[in-house]
Design a protein around this ligand. Structure first.
Ligand code: PGA
Length: 251
């Protein structure tokens, strides 16, 4: 079902104690207020259980930032989706450009991760987005279409309706350069169009599509006012309660 969602991605920041302090501060800041969006925080793995226990998870969903591409077994250092689920987390961020680029995550690996996440009943927040040279060549639509066709467009219609899409142009991530409202809206509208071509209009209208990349307290309201932007995946600005709450309040 289409929802407005503001999802934080803490990336590899915060010790356990700092993360717990951030999560409990956010929890207190949101307590008692009516929210016009779902709120999610994507913490490092080791924070998941403690953060889930410390906050009202009916108000703030907890996400892992990755998962193993195997269900269980002899995979030293890996974390399975069933382990993530056992912490109380409800989401898994998958296909972030930093994982594709620095950890060589391919479409084949991502297909395994999406399938395992869905099999455990958790919600994948599936990221896509192009590099600067692709945008400069005006090939972003073809690039993103290919990323989706190689992965989540292979899901059944039933499963596709369980995922959230996040469009994050790589050139806007952590750079302070936000895609213009028009660029973000145009690409998200395009993504919705190709979802409609693949799965039909009703499913396209029901899909939550987020924008990510230097979204902050100042630009969130304008971005979220666009017809196809259903929220944001927020990196840097999710590390301060004041900023993250202002983005939540932009809805
Ligand atoms: P940013 O990161 O908000 O710091 O640009 C977004 C993301 O990578 O999810």
């Amino acid at each position: 079902m289409r929802k407005n969602i503001v999802a934080g991605n803490w990336k590899m920041n915060k010790t356990l104690q700092e993360g717990l302090a951030l999560a409990t501060e956010l929890n207190a800041a949101l307590a008692g207020s009516e929210l016009n969006c779902d709120v999610v925080i994507g913490t490092p793995y080791i924070h998941l259980a403690s953060v889930s226990a410390a906050i009202d998870t009916t108000k703030i969903g907890v996400a892992a930032q990755n998962c193993a591409n195997k269900a269980s077994g002899a995979y030293t250092g890996e974390i399975s989706v069933s382990m993530i689920k056992s912490t109380g987390a409800k989401y898994v961020i998958l296909g972030h450009s930093e994982r594709r680029e620095y950890y060589a995550e391919t479409s084949a690996i991502l297909n395994e991760k999406v399938a395992l996440t869905l099999a455990e009943g958790l919600t994948p927040i599936y990221c896509c987005g192009e590099a600067l040279e692709v945008r400069n060549a005006n090939q972003q639509n073809a690039y993103v279409k290919n990323q989706l066709e190689e992965t989540v467009f292979n899901l059944s219609a039933d499963d596709f309706q369980k995922i959230v899409i996040a469009y994050e142009p790589i050139w806007a991530i952590g750079t302070g350069v936000t895609a213009s409202t028009e660029q973000a809206q145009d690409t998200l509208a395009y993504i919705r169009t190709i979802i409609a071509e693949k799965f039909g209009q009703e499913i396209a209208e029901g899909t939550s599509i987020l924008y990510g990349g230097s979204c902050n307290a100042k630009n969130a309201a304008e971005l979220f006012s666009q017809p196809d932007i259903d929220g944001g995946l927020i990196g840097g600005a999710s590390l301060k309660v004041e900023d993250f709450k202002a983005i939540i309040d932009a809805f």
